[in-house]
Design a protein around this ligand. Sequence first.
Ligand code: 9Z3
Length: 323
Amino acid sequence: MVGAEDPETFFETAPPLRDADAVRTKLQEFNARNSIISAGGVDRRPTVCVTSGGTTVPLEQRCVRYIDNFSSGHRGAASTEYFLKAGYAVIFLHRRGSCQPYCRFLPDDSFLKFLDVNEESKVQVAESHQTAVKESIWDYCKVGYGGGSLLKLQFTTIFEYLQLLRMVATSVSTVGQRGMFYLAAAVSDFYVPWDSMAKHKIQSAGGPPEMRLSQVPKMLAVLRDQWAPLAFCVSFKLETNSDILVQKADMALNKYKMNIVVANLLATYKEQVIIVTNGARNTVRRRNSDEDLEEQIIKLLAQKHSKYICGSQMDATRVQTEL
Ligand code: 9Z3
């Protein structure tokens, strides 16, 4: 196996994030905006990091070609809307160009179909889409931007994604148990380490390239043990074979000490998921074509997270009483 399987080496050899300072500032401002000053001191709104879309694996340092995956970012974008509705502050860590909250119909459908031109040659929202557009704008302004409770950060490559996730995790760790990770991004399992990557475009004259991929280090373990040990962690498990899905989800739950693993199959992931917790499996199905499956998922997760926060507060009170 070539290159880094261990997280330290991955970060040491990755090309540094170009806008790391700006991201740090955005995270600090976001934290300040979402602190609630009350009589008892400074309190913090529950905060979730939603990861969304797929990471790419560049094959050349001056990248012309890369390995990609199918994820559209729809799940992450829809989930972000429901987290905001549930009162969470959301860090939406997403793939550049993927689906966005409140405009999930883009980029597949042209926005032009929502518009028409009236008799005075003025552009207006088409009558048939008035209600949908109005509702989206209201939600977008109210929870998304007006309240400052949505922070969007973008990645393309696996290098950018993991460096951003580490920064976000360190920041979310400041809210302790009130923090949640909802890891819906489809993250590459294999990559070409930066220092063994071709510098320039691989030439076809050299014949079919031979390259050996390395395993991307398992950052879920590092997230749980080091970056944000108190946070409520929800990871996703995607498989194509239904025979191994739940077993693999169970393994992830135990190995990475996740609070919940959401298991889904490529063939049915838009229709149903299995919520796997320690000792329980709960299938959540989309009830009709007008409903988002994510609405039910987030409702369930917010309840479980709230219990988790209460449980830890009760533990803290018990310790204080015993002292
Ligand atoms: C998922 O399983 C998501 O539900 C989907 C959403 C990627 C299927 P879309 O973005 O699709 O709405 O088009 N995400 C996690 C996939 C993943 O890479 N999981 C890893 C694994 O299965 C663990 S981190 O090993």
